[in-house]
Design a protein around this ligand. Sequence first.
Ligand SMILES: [Zn+2]
Length: 161
Amino acid sequence: MPFLICEICAKSGVLCAACEKKLQEGRITKLEVGLSQTIYKLTKGEVGFERAVELDDTIIILAKKEDIGKIIGRKGAHIKDLSKKFKKQIRVVGTGNLRDSVVEFIAPARVRDINRVYKPEGEVYRIRVDAQDKDKLRMKTEEIRKIIALLTNTNVELVFE
Ligand SMILES: [Zn+2]
């Protein structure tokens, strides 16, 4: 069970020096701290998540596949609580196989190819999407880029061709 902040901080709702430093250095976000504390409370410390991304009207929580059910809660009870508290829709997405997650974000649009390319400015994770499917994306291109960048820790390029 990955916790982005230490268990004591998740439990107490106050950040220790080490977790505060992580936040200051931008390795975790305020949203992730808030979610960590709330999810800890909701699941009684049973599960954590890996990252969270805030979009216009949705918060995407990335979590290990086996933890998704516990985060969602019985009949979606936790999702309802989280949604009320953070005032956005909540979507929990499984991590694990990176390629599968990427395909899932792009679906129903079809991914033609994924590869890592090296550019002068650094490594780029390039996803080639079928140009015919451009209108099928469920999220804005920029949002998809943001999520995948978090998952891959690299810059992401979406190419339609
Ligand atoms: Zn801490």
